[in-house]
Design a binder for this molecule. Structure first.
Ligand SMILES: [Zn+2]
Length: 138
């Protein structure tokens, strides 16, 4: 890998310099990786993007650009937004199901605090009714 040109330099038919910005992230043994980002962003734009960011995030940026390019090639209209919206829909379905299950659990769960509250309420209502009846009774 060190002796050969990186995928970007191979694609551009140029000599791969020792400080090539592409070579750590686009190795020659994976030409499809560079081909994907080149097709979507253009090779020089990828080089500029990688130059502008700190070296410690370049590998992750290259991985993200590759993933986004792959998504755009597979789904030219939505790209990775298609995947994001599918996942959001799955989350929404799961949240809705969770709310339904929580409601079912609440139906079958004994509710001690509410029973205590209701018994107090009933007692006060009985007292009120009793007081009302007692006023009518002699
Ligand atoms: Zn190179």
């Amino acid at each position: 890998m060190i002796s050969g040109r990186c995928a970007a330099c191979k694609n551009q038919r140029r000599k791969c310099p020792s400080d090539c910005i592409f070579s750590p992230y686009f190795p020659s043994n994976d030409p499809q990786r560079y081909a994907a980002v080149h097709k979507i962003y253009g090779g020089s734009n990828i080089g500029k993007m990688l130059q502008q960011i700190p070296p410690y995030v370049r590998a992750q940026a290259a991985e993200s650009l590759y993933y986004e390019a792959q998504s755009r090639i597979q789904d030219p209209i939505y790209g990775c937004y298609g995947i994001i919206s599918q996942l959001l829909q799955q989350i929404h379905i799961a949240e809705t199901e969770l709310v339904k299950i929580q409601a079912q659990i609440n139906i079958f769960k004994p509710q001690n605090p509410q029973v205590g509250y209701q018994s107090n309420f009933d007692v006060s209502m009985r007292q009120f009714q009793f007081a009302g009846h007692s006023s009518h009774t002699p």
